[in-house]
Design a protein around this ligand. Structure first.
Ligand code: GDP
Ligand code: MG
Length: 159
């Protein structure tokens, strides 16, 4: 079994950190500065049962200039035709991002909500609030609160 999975979301939500956590090697460049990822980087996780091909994308943002537009197109093309899409958000930033969710309208791939950086939250209620606000704007196939940095709940997500 094999499948293609893309990781999409705004700059700095932790996409590259998640990819590194899954693959177990530092292959994607992470940085506190937005837009470190300019290219799609593939990571492949192979076990006895399956092979997962991960696509890291440039962050999706409101296109203000040409480079932004180009990065958005790359993000869009990495959503279509995927076996699964992981839509990643920053738990600290909170509520629904309509701009990004627009990209999901009309695609047939299942989109999973991944709420990252839960290590920064003090209470579980905050996570629930974020989940509810996102589930209200898009029918996500599932949701996973994680910490890519601390490797929390990554096994569950991969499963
Ligand atoms: P990307 O732009 O979405 O690829 O984001 P990066 O993976 O480059 O991460 C952006 C910043 O967020 C870096 O400084 C990471 O160390 C930090 N970061 C990523 N994941 C987590 C997490 O689970 N918890 C915390 N506290 N910081 C994180
Ligand atoms: Mg990145």
């Amino acid at each position: 079994r094999s499948g293609f999975i893309s990781i999409v979301g705004r700059p700095n939500v932790g996409k590259s950190t998640l990819l590194n956590a899954i693959i177990g090697q530092k292959i994607a460049i992470t940085s506190p500065k937005p837009q470190t990822t300019r290219n799609r980087i593939l990571g492949i996780k192979t076990t006895e049962d399956y092979q997962m091909v991960f696509v890291d994308t440039p962050g999706i943002h409101k296109p203000k200039h040409e480079l932004g537009r180009l990065l958005d197109q790359t993000a869009q093309s990495s959503i279509e035709g995927m076996d699964a899409v992981l839509f990643m958000v920053d738990a600290e930033k909170g509520l629904a991002e309509d701009h990004v969710i627009k990209l999901f309208q009309g695609i047939s791939s299942p989109v999973y909500l991944v709420i990252n950086k839960v290590d920064l939250l003090k209470s579980k209620i905050q996570i629930d609030k974020i989940i509810i606000s996102y589930m209200n704007v898009y029918p996500f196939a599932g949701f996973f609160p994680i910490s890519a940095k601390d490797h929390t709940n990554i096994d569950h997500l991969i499963e």
